[in-house]
Write a protein that binds this ligand. Structure first.
Ligand SMILES: [Zn+2]
Length: 67
């Protein structure tokens, strides 16, 4: 069982569905904007991993995903 946290979870930035802290795979992604500011986005790990594609110069880079 994951440690209880006080994180306020927003909707997944991929599928738009709400994330519950009790779900097995909530992610917080730190994103840097083009203006150099930081934002925190939320996602389901499954939604994120589905979109990972190996870079052409590094086949296997995300296989297996390290999380
Ligand atoms: Zn999702």
């Amino acid at each position: 069982m994951a440690e209880k946290s006080n994180v306020e979870w927003g909707p997944c930035c991929f599928c738009g569905k709400n994330i519950q802290a009790e779900m097995p795979d909530p992610l917080r992604i730190t994103a840097e904007t083009s203006a150099g500011k930081w934002q925190v986005w939320f996602a389901h790990a499954e939604c994120f991993k589905k979109r990972l594609a190996d870079p052409p110069e590094a086949p296997g880079f995300f296989n297996p995903a390290h999380f």
